[in-house]
Design a protein around this ligand. Structure first.
Ligand code: LLP
Length: 435
C-alpha cells in the first residue's frame, strides 16, 4: 500500500514528502520516524474547512497525545488550530513551544493540584472538568489565585463505540467523565453554576478512538444536545460550547476505509441542527478534537532488517532494530500495519513473514504480512505510524528512543534527535554507600 504522499523513485526506493527513505535511513540511522509536514498541514486545513463551512464558529483542537513535539506545536499554531493537552508534560511542551495559552484545553481524569494551578496561572483557555470533586478543587484554586476558571464538563454519553475496548470511552462503565444516565452530570452542572470563580462554558464528550464509522458521533451529538436541553429546562443555563472529542479512524491497512473528515463534519452538523431545532435551543459552538487523523497517515517508521529466520513448514521471522519500545500498539491493541521493503518498494511482495522487534520478549510488530523477499540490511517501512507511536515510546530494554525527521517537498530536518546512551543514564543515581 502506498499512501497519497508516497511514491517510488527510479532506484525503486520509497519516497515520502519528496525524500528518498533509504537515504533518510542512511543519514539519520534507524529506527527512524519520518513525518510528512504537508500531510499534517493538509489534514488541519481539511478539518478547519469541513467544520468551518458547516458550523462557522467551530474550533478544531489537535489532541496532542497523538504526537507531541515543539515542531508539531508550531505547525498547529500556524494552521490556526487549538490544542488539547492531558498532562503536565504536554502542557509544558505546548507552552515552551510558544503555543498561545488561550487556545489550550486541559483534559484528564486525575489532574493533580499543581497541574490545575499551573493551568489557571497560565490562563489556559479551558479546563475540562472530569468529576464533581475536581470542579470543587478548580474553584478553590481559582479563588485562591484570584482568577476565573473557564470550564467544560466532560459527560459520558453512554455510546458504545465500535473499536478496540481499550480505546473506547463513551460507554457508562468508564473512568472518564460524569454520567448522563445517572444524575451525576446534572449535579455537576448545578455545582459548576454555583461555584465561585468557575465559568461554565458547556459540555464535552469523547466516545473512542480509531472509529471507522461516523454514526457514533451523530448519536453522541443527539444525546449531549438532549442533555443541554434538559439543563436549560431545569436550570435556565444555555450551554454555549459543545466539544464532541476526537476519534476519527485512519487507514493502517489497505482494507481500512475511514470516513472522510467531510463526512464526519456532515454527520455532526446535521445532528446538531436537528437537535437544536427539535429542542428549540441555540446551536452551541462546536469543538472537535482530532489527534490520530491529523498526524497518523503522515508518519512512517523505518527500520533495518537484521535477522531473517526461516522455520521450515512453519514461518519466517524477520527481526528489525526496533519494536515495542518505539511502537507498543500491536501488543496493546492488536493493531495491524502494512509494511514495504523501502529499498525495493516496487518489488512484488512475494514472501509471507512475521515482523518482530528486537526486544527480549515476543514483540511482534506485524503478525503476518507479505513483503518482497526481505534480506538483512534491507530497510523496512511501517506505514501510518504518525500517531501514538513516538508519543507512547519507551526505553524498554534500555533502547534509545528513535529520532524523528520532518520531510517536506524534498527537504528533511530533524525535529526530535535520537536519544543517546548518555540520555539513558541521565537520571540514574548511585547512592554513595554503593560506590
Ligand atoms: N479527545 C480526548 C478527550 C481523547 O481522550 C482523545 C484520545 C482524543 C481527543 C483524540 O482521539 P483520536 O482523534 O486520536 O482518536 N493510544 C491509543 C489511542 C488512545 C486515545 C486516547 N484518547 C492508540 O494508540 O490507539
Amino acid at each position: 500500500m502506498l499512501l497519497p504522499n508516497q511514491s517510488v523513485n527510479h532506484h525503486g526506493h520509497l519516497v515520502v514528502g519528496g525524500c528518498d527513505t533509504v537515504e533518510l535511513a542512511r543519514e539519520y540511522g534507524t529506527p527512524l520516524y519520518v513525518l510528512d509536514e504537508q500531510v499534517i498541514r493538509e489534514k488541519c486545513r481539511e478539518y478547519l474547512d469541513a467544520f468551518g463551512r458547516r458550523l462557522p464558529q467551530a474550533a478544531v483542537a489537535y489532541a496532542s497525545k497523538a504526537l507531541m513535539t515543539k515542531a508539531i506545536c508550531r505547525i498547529m499554531d500556524q494552521e490556526g488550530m487549538s490544542m488539547d493537552v492531558a498532562s503536565e508534560g504536554e502542557l509544558y511542551t505546548a507552552l515552551q513551544a510558544g503555543f498561545p495559552a488561550e487556545r489550550i484545553k486541559l483534559h484528564g481524569n486525575f489532574k493533580k493540584t499543581e497541574l490545575l494551578r499551573t493551568a489557571l496561572e497560565q490562563n489556559v483557555g479551558r479546563i475540562v472538568a472530569d468529576s464533581l470533586p475536581e470542579l470543587q478543587q478548580i474553584s478553590e484554586i481559582a479563588v485562591a489565585l484570584g482568577v476565573e476558571a473557564d470550564v467544560l464538563i466532560r459527560v459520558t454519553p453512554g455510546v458504545k463505540a465500535d473499536t478496540h475496548e481499550r480505546i473506547r470511552t463513551g460507554q457508562e462503565d468508564t473512568k472518564f467523565g460524569v454520567s448522563l444516565a445517572s444524575s451525576a452530570a446534572m449535579e455537576a452542572t448545578r455545582l459548576a453554576l454555583e461555584l465561585p470563580h468557575v465559568n461554565l462554558h458547556g459540555f464535552h464528550c469523547h466516545i473512542g478512538s480509531q472509529l471507522l464509522y461516523t454514526d457514533g458521533f451523530g448519536l453522541a451529538a443527539h444525546i449531549v444536545m438532549d442533555f443541554i436541553a434538559s439543563v436549560r429546562a431545569e436550570t435556565g443555563y444555555v450551554a454555549e460550547q459543545f466539544d464532541i472529542g476526537g476519534g476519527l479512524g485512519i487507514r493502517y491497512c489497505t482494507d481500512d476505509v475511514p470516513p472522510s473528515v467531510d463526512r464526519l463534519a456532515e454527520e455532526i452538523a446535521i445532528a446538531l441542527a436537528e437537535s437544536a431545532q427539535q429542542h428549540e435551543i441555540p446551536m452551541p459552538q462546536l469543538i472537535v478534537e482530532p489527534g490520530r487523523s491529523i498526524v497518523g497517515e503522515a508518519g512512517v517508521t523505518l527500520y533495518t532488517i537484521g535477522v531473517v529466520k526461516e522455520i521450515p513448514d512453519l514461518r519466517t521471522y524477520v527481526s528489525v532494530d526496533g519494536g515495542m519500545s518505539d511502537n507498543p500498539r500491536p501488543l496493546l491493541y492488536d493493531a495491524e500495519y502494512e509494511v514495504l521493503v523501502a529499498n525495493r518498494a516496487d518489488a512484488h511482495p512475494s514472501h509471507i513473514v512475521r515482523i518482530s522487534g528486537a526486544h527480549c520478549e515476543t514483540d511482534t510488530l506485524v503478525a503476518e504480512v507479505a513483503v518482497a523477499d526481505p534480506q538483512p540490511g534491507d530497510i523496512l517501512a511501517v506505514q501510518s505510524t504518525g500517531a501514538y507511536s513516538y508519543s507512547m515510546a519507551s526505553n524498554y530494554n534500555r533502547f534509545t528512543r528513535p529520532a524523528m525527521v520532518m520531510v517536506n517537498d524534498g527537504h528533511a530536518e530533524l525535529i526530535v534527535r535520537r536519544e543517546t546512551l548518555e540520555d539513558l543514564v541521565r537520571c540514574d543515581m548511585v547512592p554513595t554507600r554503593l560506590a
